[in-house]
Ligand binder design. Structure first.
Ligand code: ZN
Length: 191
């Protein structure tokens, strides 16, 4: 089922997600629906907050962008094929970003048509549970590292606009304010 994606201005985007204690049928259904929603919106990542659930769950699939923006992946110290590791659900992820600060373009399904360069560490070490509830541990670089950091920020109520340099943020300030006002007006109407 394709779920509505909440836009900037919705308070749930600022909520830290609760840890998922048990793999219930509801969580499994939410994972399936989040993948369907992400693919429908042509995104490469989606966090539970973006579909109205403040829990520690995100889905990622970088394959669609892999030609222009490569990723690297290491599991148990060995380089593995990124495509074979996709799609990826991360439950209760713990991440340690490392490596040189790297600038790259980012967008977000909760900020339609707003893009900006964001600087983040080039790589990330990740520990999480996957969609089957199995413990996974990997190191990622390139686009996958960026996607993981963007999505895990969402799980902590942090948005990519918080990571933008002052100049980049100033450029899109008017668009962000318009989006926020539209979302708030829509929420008010629904009450
Ligand atoms: Zn996002």
């Amino acid at each position: 089922m394709i779920l509505p994606v909440v836009k900037y201005g919705h308070p749930i985007l600022r909520k830290k997600g609760a840890a998922i204690e048990k793999m219930t049928s509801e969580i499994k259904k939410l994972i399936d629906d989040m993948f369907e929603t992400m693919y429908d919106a042509a995104g490469i990542g989606l966090a539970a907050q973006q579909v109205g659930h403040a829990v520690q769950l995100t889905v990622i699939d970088v394959r669609a962008a892999s030609k222009e923006r490569p990723s690297r992946l290491e599991v148990d110290g060995k380089a593995v094929d990124v495509a074979e590791y996709m799609p990826l659900a991360l439950i209760n992820p713990k991440i340690t970003p490392f490596g040189d600060p790297t600038k790259g373009p980012e967008g977000c399904l909760s900020f339609p048509e707003i893009y900006a360069d964001i600087t983040r560490p080039e790589s990330v070490e990740v520990e999480a549970l996957n969609a089957k509830g199995e413990r996974i541990h990997f190191r990622a670089g390139g686009l996958l590292a960026r996607a993981v950091q963007h999505e895990v920020d969402h799980l902590n109520g942090i948005l990519f606009i918080d990571r933008m340099a002052g100049e980049a943020k100033a450029e899109i300030k008017a668009e962000i304010e318009t989006l926020q006002a539209e979302t708030k007006a829509l929420l008010k109407k629904r009450q």
